[in-house]
Design a protein around this ligand. Sequence first.
Ligand code: C2E
Ligand code: MG
Ligand code: MG
Ligand code: MG
Length: 301
Amino acid sequence: NADLAMYRAKELGRNNFQFFSEDMNTAILHNLEVEKELNIAIKRNQFVLMYQPKICIADNTITGVETLVRWRHPEKGIIPPDNFIPIAEETGQIIKIGAWVLEHSCHEMGALIREGLMPKNAKVAVNLSAKQFSDPNLLQTVLDILIQSKIDPLNLELEITESIIMDDVEAAIKIMEAIKSKGIHLAIDDFGTGYSSLAYLKRFPIDVLKVDRSFVSDIPEDKTDMAITSAVIAMAHKLSMKVVAEGIETQEQLDFLRENNCDDGQGYLLSRPLTLPQLHHFLVSNQKQTKVKSRLENPND
Ligand code: C2E
Ligand code: MG
Ligand code: MG
Ligand code: MG
């Protein structure tokens, strides 16, 4: 379809300047190929989830996990989300993939809580794309999944980016309020990289700000990033929001975040994204450590 190809070319041109020249045709063909293969992937269930633990920085306990999707391609191996989510978003295939992610995330969280491996108030954080967020069926889909997986709305956190909200602020606030009214938590992902203004921020019914990895990664060398990070934490707390720092890779970064009262942390230092069996192992050994620690601290318990 020529119109579609033209449209795609425009979109690609806008987002990926490297495709402007002779690579344009190759890029369009590549995307059409991926679209076709994604249809097969959806039919044959070729997606897998990784689970990255989130840790309470003050006491080192696990507060939940973020699920990160991967495409297990039969020939190409594991494909990261950045290589197929944008295409699935453009084609609308993200709605089906996203529903699968939500379903599996909630299902596994329910099992982990019932097995006593996760605290009862643990949260599974699921990334939403723009199309999913503005899909009029989103809330009903989520509510159905919560019932099927027998978890409480407070066990689910939906992550959206600033750019998704800023696309149509008034519409976004309505959607966020509908989600919030059911007790589901909302987080702004990659905070600080988008265009949301402070004037709007106070109107967003948001529970959590996730400080983008780009601010964390140059701590302690970059004093500006440190100033921004501590200011964002203080501001979020004044707005009654919790703060999660992403991309923590060093002890210095963790120490800085603890000194600045950041609530939760996520990153390779604490744990890489894990497969489900690896997560089980992580949780079991974490529990043993907590028991040893609390016995040392309270020998009479
Ligand atoms: P995100 O939601 O900001 O996820 C964090 C990304 O940072 C993940 O990459 C994670 O593996 C990576 N990461 C975590 N800790 C560290 C660290 O200490 N250092 C570094 N360098 N990286 C770290 P991943 O899994 O490749 O995901 C990339 C993006 O793809 C996500 O960014 C999210 O926007 C999107 N995504 C992932 N899963 C889904 C999904 O199920 N649905 C949608 N719509 N988007 C998804
Ligand atoms: Mg995220
Ligand atoms: Mg993020
Ligand atoms: Mg990101």
